[in-house]
Design a binder for this molecule. Structure first.
Ligand SMILES: [Zn+2]
Length: 127
């Protein structure tokens, strides 16, 4: 059943060496964290994920309305600390963030699972 599948970002170091997840994650930091991050050594991706979960994902513009669905989906996973999540759970996060906006129609669980399964550049693993 598609509904049962869980998605998670693959944080495995070997996989990510080429993909530069660190770069992607730092782009999701809020203004305050970005400032702080610049003055420090690059952190492991797992450290960044924790940071995003605890701070940046709680900021209002973390999942803003202009964000492409693919990126929003990714951010939704990070806001939950990259715990494995079903397409339904991700859809709920986005509905919660975006409300009844123009996107509502396009963020059904079916659309999200298709999106994640075709996101080769985003290192999503399916369970
Ligand atoms: Zn932050």
């Amino acid at each position: 059943m598609v509904e049962q599948l869980q998605y998670q970002i693959n944080l495995d170091k070997n996989v990510n060496e080429k993909r530069s997840l660190i770069h992607l994650f730092t782009g999701m930091l809020c203004k305050e964290c970005k400032k702080q991050y610049k003055s420090e050594e690059p952190s492991a991706s797992s450290v960044l994920v924790k940071n995003i979960q605890k701070c940046c994902s709680k900021k209002e513009d973390y999942i803003h309305s202009g964000l492409p669905l693919k990126q929003a989906t990714y951010r939704a996973l990070l806001s939950k600390g990259n715990r494995p999540a079903t397409a339904r759970q991700i859809s709920d996060v986005l509905t919660d963030r975006w409300g009844e906006s123009v996107y509502t129609r396009s963020m059904t669980p079916a659309v999200i699972s298709r999106l994640l399964e075709t996101s080769v550049d985003y290192e999503i693993s399916v369970k």
